[in-house]
Design a protein around this ligand. Structure first.
Ligand SMILES: [Mg+2]
Length: 170
């Protein structure tokens, strides 16, 4: 798979997780979610998931298994969020490397195409998911209200870089 393909999310959203249309994932036969934590669920330097994102996860979790997959090494930070939401989690995931994600997929026992990986970073989340054939969804980084963060320079930089590298995103 070429770099430009690896950098191409299956679904590029202009909103945060809180406004992701869950129904469209279900219509695509998505049967499990792997969700990034920092900036997908937790705003910059915060340890509380915005209420709107919590509600989205609760609704989604009524229909699908969800695993939180974070590159953050802090079991305390990520574990507290996971405990609040009642979800299994992995820290120090090393995305875009595949090992941690593979372990989650082994537990899920689903065709990879039926697992969506939702995250805010192209060069970690999207690449990791694409390497294993998951359905990759790029959301906007969240602010404390669950709205797109206005200072998301990193994602904008990544999208520009991906575009420059020949991906059709950005
Ligand atoms: Mg993130």
């Amino acid at each position: 798979m070429s770099l430009r393909q690896l950098l191409h999310p299956d679904w590029l959203l202009d909103c945060t997780l809180a406004e992701l249309p869950l129904q469209q994932l279900l219509e695509r036969q998505i049967a499990a979610l792997v969700v990034d934590v920092d900036l997908t669920l937790l705003p910059w330097r915060q340890s509380t998931v915005p209420r709107s994102c919590q509600r989205w996860l609760e609704e989604a979790h009524r229909q699908l298994p969800i695993h939180l997959l974070s590159n953050n090494p802090s079991r305390e930070r990520i574990g507290a969020v996971a405990a609040d939401l009642g979800l299994p989690f992995t820290t120090s995931a090393g995305k875009p490397r595949r090992a941690a994600l593979r372990r989650v997929l082994e537990q899920l026992q689903l065709p990879h195409r039926q697992v969506a990986l939702i995250g805010d970073r192209l060069f970690t989340d999207v690449i990791a998911g694409n390497r294993l054939g998951l359905y990759t969804v790029l959301v906007k980084p969240t602010d404390p209200l669950g709205q797109p963060c206005r200072h998301d320079r990193l994602q904008r930089l990544e999208l520009r870089l991906a575009h420059w590298l020949g991906s059709s995103v950005g």
